[in-house]
Design a protein around this ligand. Structure first.
Ligand code: UD1
Length: 370
């Protein structure tokens, strides 16, 4: 049977996968005697790329769709080096309806993993219309085209940001909304759109994955995060300080109500995150309706714990100073990951040391990015 995998690039990053019997993680796909197509989109964040690696290792053909807004086509070569297979790559924007229609006509897509979205919080405050247009339009366009082509499975990369300011641990049943920036609101709005789409179309299957803080890189050191300009997020900032591209890290506040006063987050290795998507795809193949899962470890790690672990594991200094709080930051955010374990059979396996080691390997082997 024809097996096609499409990868859409969002953030542009979206993955549309297709198939009926996906394996989990890197397990051989013995049961996969049915067609499987996937569309994935890549971006500066490597969790999507690691998902593609998982899919390829699992015996899937994939089609990657990416507008290359903030990603590099070199990633395709690296995926091939790691997996021995070259995924199909289509340069296109998920907001381009004609391009999406061609995509679904050219490939027999059975499912979509949609990562395609802009994600810089500060930029979203400065350019809200860009964020609402891109993130919502791309989702709506792909959903409409999916419906026209009888494709019913959709996995969406949402974020813990939809919980707003609520006490940890965060359960999937917690109220959503109350976001502090347009980026967060786009995630909330897309979740609502998808819930409504499922209520109206009983054939549709949607899985909302609420990511906590993805860090790390593929263990090969070939694929990792390559942010444009000054990193907004903690781990890429740490690696750039450690390698000497930046003088020192500023710790945003040490007067929070946390054990050491610095912000606490639930960091998750991108490869664990990718495996969560494989489980979500398999779940979507077997169910209709809309289901939501946290993808986190359930463990809170402070900024200083991260800095010290990174230094010890990699034997490299990370100079830092304590600065003021960053506007909009919360003290403590971590998941209750029990639902994903119970229903998807997924749980994060990699340690904080793994995350620090893999991020550093990526940075040292690619000091200037791709
Ligand atoms: C942020 C976004 C979240 C988004 C995620 C993407 C907010 C409130 N949340 O999460 O919506 O999904 O990025 O990855 O903006 N820190 C420093 N110094 C730095 C950078 C970060 O001390 O130079 C601290 C922060 O204050 C925070 C922790 O490190 O306590 C993690 O920050 P970051 O990596 O930016 O992630 P979040 O703010 O949790």
């Amino acid at each position: 049977m024809n097996q096609e995998l499409m990868t859409l690039d969002f953030w542009q990053d979206t993955v549309i996968y297709e198939g009926k019997a996906f394996p989990i993680g890197t397990l051989a796909c013995d049961a996969l005697n049915v067609p499987a197509d996937t569309i994935a989109k890549m971006n500066e964040h490597c969790e999507k790329i690691n998902l593609l690696l998982g899919l390829l290792n699992a015996g899937q053909d994939i089609v990657i769709v990416d507008n290359l807004y903030n990603s590099s086509p070199k990633v395709i070569d690296r995926i091939e080096r790691i997996t021995g297979k070259r995924p199909v790559f289509v340069e296109a924007d998920c907001c381009d309806r004609a391009a999406m229609d061609r995509l679904f006509s050219d490939y027999d897509i059975t499912g979509v993993i949609h990562f395609a979205g802009l994600k810089a919080v500060g930029e979203s405050v400065e350019k809200p219309l860009l964020y609402y247009r891109n993130n919502l339009d791309s989702t709506l366009t792909v959903l409409e085209v999916m419906r026209e082509h009888n494709c019913h499975q959709f996995v969406f990369s949402s974020s813990a940001t939809v919980y707003g300011d609520q006490p940890a641990p965060l359960y999937e049943t917690a109220q959503t909304g109350g976001c502090s920036n347009p980026y967060g609101w786009t995630k909330f709005m897309i979740e609502e759109i998808l819930k409504g789409a499922c209520r109206a179309d009983l054939a549709l299957s949607v899985v909302l994955l609420r990511y906590f803080n993805p860090i790390g890189a593929h263990e090969s050191g070939l694929i990792g995060e390559n942010p444009n300009g000054i990193p907004n997020n903690l781990m890429p900032y740490i690696t750039q300080v450690a390698i000497g591209r930046r003088e020192r890290l500023t710790v945003f506040g040490d007067d929070y109500d946390t054990p050491d006063g610095t912000g606490v987050r639930d960091y998750i290795h991108v490869v664990d995150l990718a495996e969560g998507h494989l489980c979500a795809i398999r779940y979507a193949q077997a169910h209709t309706g809309c289901e939501v899962f946290n993808l986190g470890t359930g463990r809170g790690v402070s900024v200083l714990e991260m800095v010290h672990t990174f230094s010890e594991v990699n034997n490299v200094p990370v100079p830092y100073v304590i600065g003021p709080r960053r506007a909009g930051d919360l003290a403590t955010v971590y998941a209750d990951p029990a639902k994903a374990k119970q229903i998807l059979g997924w749980e994060a396996k990699k340690t904080l040391a793994d995350m620090c080691r893999d991020s550093w390997r990526w940075q040292t082997r690619n000091p200037s990015g791709y």
